[in-house]
Write a protein that binds this ligand. Structure first.
Ligand code: FE2
Length: 131
């Protein structure tokens, strides 16, 4: 099942929300790729894009956090590092055929992203927005 974006996932900062939505759309694209003729090739392409975009998004987010001197920047950065490692591990597993693209992987990616967004990104967003 595709990940359905919910308003509760929004942190309230437009540029950040747009990037999070793009990550979700890449996760959804992976599942759609199953129907494709060149399935493996398409899946790898999307996954590389997901890894790339994740790195881009995290570096943008870190720049933003630095710009308002977020006091937990180092901790947040460390969490991003763990998340990148997890997704690179999944990519390597895919290459070795350890993962199948389907419900389980989507759920894994959903948890990987949504948990961070809901828990940790919301903390800095609330701080920034003064909530
Ligand atoms: Fe983050």
């Amino acid at each position: 099942m595709p990940v359905v974006w919910k308003p509760e996932y929004e942190v309230g900062i437009e540029s950040v929300d747009e990037q999070h939505k793009h990550l979700v759309s890449l996760i959804n694209k992976l599942e759609e790729a199953k129907a494709h003729e060149n399935e493996n090739e398409v899946i790898h392409d999307i996954f590389y894009e997901l890894v790339d975009y994740t790195k881009y998004h995290f570096s943008e987010e870190e720049k933003f956090l630095k710009s308002f001197e977020y006091e937990n920047l180092m901790v947040h950065k460390a969490q991003h590092k763990v998340l990148v490692k997890q997704i690179v591990d999944i990519l390597n597993g895919l290459k070795k055929g350890e993962y199948e693209v389907g419900e389980k992987l989507t759920l894994m990616l959903q948890n990987w992203l949504i948990k961070h967004v809901l828990k940790h990104d919301k903390i800095y967003a609330n701080k920034y927005l003064g909530n």
